[in-house]
Design a protein around this ligand. Sequence first.
Ligand SMILES: CC(C)(COP(=O)(O)OP(=O)(O)OC[C@H]1O[C@@H](n2cnc3c(N)ncnc32)[C@H](O)[C@@H]1OP(=O)(O)O)[C@@H](O)C(=O)NCCC(=O)NCCS
Ligand SMILES: [Zn+2]
Length: 263
Amino acid sequence: MSVKVASDKSTKKVQSILNFTDNNIKKTITCTICEMTYNSKLPVDVDLHKKYHLEFTNGISWPNTLTPSNYLAQNFNLVVTETRPKLGKLKSIKAQNIVKARIIVIDKTNKRQIEKVDKILKMVNQELNATEDSKQWRNLNFKNSKAFVIVINNKAVGLCTTDTITEGKWMIFKNQKLVPNQTISGVKIGISRIWISPRWRQLGLGLKLLKFVTENSIYGQSLFKNQIAFSQPSSNGGKLAKSFNGVLHKSGEVLIQVYTEDV
Ligand SMILES: CC(C)(COP(=O)(O)OP(=O)(O)OC[C@H]1O[C@@H](n2cnc3c(N)ncnc32)[C@H](O)[C@@H]1OP(=O)(O)O)[C@@H](O)C(=O)NCCC(=O)NCCS
Ligand SMILES: [Zn+2]
């Protein structure tokens, strides 16, 4: 960041500017929610973080023009139960809201959609501390590898990108260790990245997205849950995988299906 220096070149002024710069370096912080690193002493940085943080937690703008109403999508209602805090003598209440949501399949020839997904993926990779993904979702040579987006109130609040795979491995849920010398054949689709914006987590959207992936990845074919594997699941990703297609092994361990992503 550049700092404007006043034209007065007295030694005292220069020194105070140096001190200021020194102070700035020490004020670099990383937000524990969106993982953005910024300088809390620089208004420009603070504003940038505020904007990014809001998009990260609530979703990224997804105007109607990106996906007109006749665009291939699945519409559904999401029931959100909110607990309103107690007000004076009144007890806390539970209120139910019904929110309209859509899941769309990204069109690989639509530049604007691709750009938006790239923007969301950057946020996801930053949160997960992950490297680049395989990018099969945007490659026309992999027709079954896709990107799926959940849109609520003109905001993209969820994303899943997939890979085409032929082999998986078992991972022990508890300690994230791979089961040696065993492969799973018959898997067809790999979950490269799956992400729901924090405000919309634990409402069933992750599972909804996975179900949609099984039904809309291969034309004319609905996949079984055990044909889906996950790329390096995070701790929340592991919980989602366990709930979606985890298997209880006779040893008592829960196993989840994973694969190695080609980057
Ligand atoms: C992983 C993630 C996509 C889950 O999305 P979600 O919409 O919250 O998932 P769901 O509400 O559909 O939850 C499905 C199941 O997963 C489990 N689960 C998900 N998040 C959990 C959490 N934080 N704590 C406990 N269980 C959790 C639960 O078993 C839940 O089933 P339930 O209905 O029996 O409680 C979301 O937490 C996320 O985006 N995390 C950051 C990115 C990430 O880690 N991605 C995974 C990379 S592999
Ligand atoms: Zn933040």
